[in-house]
Design a protein around this ligand. Structure first.
Ligand code: ATP
Length: 584
């Protein structure tokens, strides 16, 4: 039913046409049964006018069948396209919902979402989209067969149809058992198996897999992990076979019994030849209530996928199958620098017992440039993710210009961030700098300020930054970082009031990073900027430097470079250590 509702939403007009064609075709099939019966029944009376009449009826109905089927195929193709577009919209919403990313840290939830999204790309889902008409049509023709048989012995067609429906029901739930399980519960073993397979096949791991000679080892571990993951499923499937066999036996008995009754009635002379031929066809037609081959399997799979998609959407707070209500666009729009406040913020990742940040208070006045430094795991990136509203704090508040970025879309858009693992879009250089529209001036200025003008001169705006496309190119780590920086600068031109660079410059050498940060502070003067880096020489020119304690235990030092050097504490120690190593 879910599939019908989605189809209707996606394309009401073509769905109605498909339904009309399906009903007509079912009626034609039913009339054909009667027509053939009457035609055969009229034969003993030699070629009378009645024979010719029924011959004509049968011929017309036989011709109408293929015409209706071809029309239905064309309309179904139309419906399927609209349906798939609608489903992919529903899937796209799953990808970007909710605002935060906390749910993606829970392995089960993240891999279930991935499994559902992958299933909607699977051929069985794509082909299953049209299967609904291949089921509804025959089922309607089955109703026609019941109507033909009712005047004879009403309980016989009902019993035969029920036995076919029973087989269909039991078989579908047996098929769906495995498919639902694959979608609803992923389990560690299946996740591991899928990861190992991706290591064998993905470009990112191709180098190491070859250089370390990992192919055989990975194949063996993948195979055994996959068997481990699937064994339980296969066991369940085997145990579900009993009811299928039982239902098939019941169905065989009822069909056999129905034919035996026709035979007895013909022998007793209570049923004519025409009646017997019509009824035999009708009983055979009742198998339309049964499994219906590939269409049935495809429909079962596609129904399971839709159900899993609806469940995932509901868990994410989206309506099950309709589009999400449009977010009210905030009217607040400003290009001024933003003020940032974190008050008593504590936060722990769901998968970890300890807190990544505890009781952190930090105020950044509008327009100030601040560097956040600290040892690995001190919570620098976590702080930035809270600031972007990707996570909500367990305690305390995060505010950008007084608004909570976790719930306020306008506040979130005021924060432009380039993370260490920024995305390298397989898109033209232009789109890598600004995804959306921007004037050529903004594009060029941003790329120039990020030190990437040479890239433009060499490749032009339209070269795709991926070798997977004709004429495309890949960039070095440092060149990619300049493109990412240009993206951040363009965001400021577009209205962002806080600019955050969370170590996106690690691939640059020390001197290049320091020069870039200096230029960055220069061109973003007046904008609130937050720099995260391990290289203290690179961030020394920030207005203010905040040192986070290890283990997320808050701020240990806070001041300008000169003040912290005078303090001779943690920062001065780290700075001295790095400077000595660099000098050596
Ligand atoms: N998604 C996550 N799930 C669970 N724990 C996480 C996650 N991300 C970070 N952590 C943990 O939270 C703590 C703080 O991590 P965070 O990445 O904020 O540190 P960081 O100061 O940015 O470190 P680095 O300098 O190495 O980038 C670490 O102990 C880390 O293991």
């Amino acid at each position: 039913m879910n599939q019908l509702r989605v189809l209707w939403r996606a394309s009401p007009v073509w769905s109605a046409v498909a339904l009309a064609l399906t009903v007509t075709e079912a009626a034609v099939r039913t009339l054909l049964m009667v027509g053939i019966g009457q035609f055969v029944g009229s034969l003993p009376a030699s070629a009378s006018a009645r024979t010719w009449r029924w011959f004509l009826v049968v011929a017309v109905l036989l011709l109408a069948g293929p015409i209706l089927q071809s029309s239905l195929a064309a309309v179904t193709a139309r419906c399927t396209t609209a349906y798939l577009v609608h489903v992919f919209d529903l899937v796209a919403e799953v990808g970007v919902h909710p605002r935060g990313i906390g749910h993606l840290d829970t392995p089960d939830s993240a891999s279930r979402i991935r499994a559902v999204v992958d299933a909607t790309r699977d051929w069985s889902f794509v082909t299953g989209a049209g299967a609904i008409w291949l089921i509804i049509g025959p089922r309607l023709a089955g109703l026609g067969a019941i109507a033909v048989l009712l005047p004879w012995r009403w309980w016989v067609p009902l019993a035969v149809a029920a036995s076919f429906l029973l087989v269909s029901r039991v078989f579908m739930s047996w098929i769906s058992l495995a498919f639902d399980k694959l979608l609803e519960t992923t389990g560690d073993a299946r996740r591991r198996a899928s990861y190992l397979r991706s290591l064998l096949t993905r470009t990112e791991s191709a180098k190491e897999v070859r250089l370390f000679g990992l192919t055989d080892w990975l194949s063996d571990v993948y195979r055994s992990t996959w068997y481990e993951a699937m064994t339980e499923l296969w066991r369940e499937r085997r145990s579900g076979l009993g009811p299928v066999l039982l239902a098939c036996s019941v169905m065989a008995l009822t069909v056999g019994g129905a034919f035996a009754l026709i035979g007895l009635d013909v022998t007793a002379g209570t049923v004519s030849l025409a009646g017997a031929v019509t009824m035999a066809q009708a009983i055979l037609r009742l198998q339309n209530f049964g499994v219906l081959g590939d269409a049935g399997t495809a429909l079962a799979r596609s129904t399971s996928t839709l159900r899993a998609l609806a469940n995932v959407r509901q868990e994410l707070g989206l309506p099950a199958i309709g589009p999400a209500a449009a977010q009210a666009e905030s009217s607040r729009s400003t290009h001024a620098a933003a003020e940032v406040r974190l008050d008593g913020v504590s936060f722990g990742y769901p998968s970890r017992a300890t807190q990544a940040l505890s009781n952190l208070t930090l105020q950044i006045p509008a327009g100030q440039s601040i560097a956040i430094v600290g040892v690995n795991g001190a919570g620098k990136s976590t702080l930035i993710k809270l600031l972007c509203g990707l996570y909500e704090p367990d305690q305390g508040t995060v505010r950008v210009d007084g608004a909570d970025p976790a719930v306020d879309e306008a506040a979130r858009r005021r924060v432009a961030v380039i993370f260490q693992d920024f995305v390298r879009y397989h898109l033209p250089l232009r789109d890598n700098v600004v995804l959306g529209t921007a004037t050529d001036d903004v594009l060029q200025q941003s790329l120039t300020d990020a030190g990437g003008l040479a890239l433009l001169e060499r490749h032009g705006w339209d070269t795709v930054l991926s070798t997977e496309y004709d004429g495309g190119t890949d960039l070095s780590g440092g060149q990619w970082q300049r493109v990412a920086l240009a993206r951040a600068l363009a965001a400021v031109a577009g209205g962002a009031g806080v600019l955050v660079l969370d170590e996106p410059t690690a691939a640059l050498d020390v001197r290049a990073e320091a020069a870039l940060f200096e230029r960055f502070l220069e061109v973003t003067r007046g904008v609130t900027t937050i720099l995260v880096s391990h290289r203290l020489s690179s961030v020394r020119h920030a207005d203010r430097i905040v040192v986070l304690a290890s283990g997320g235990e808050g701020i240990v030092e806070d001041g300008s470079h000169d003040e912290l050097m005078r303090l001779d504490g943690r920062y001065a120690e780290m700075f001295g250590l790095q400077a000595r190593r660099f000098a050596q």
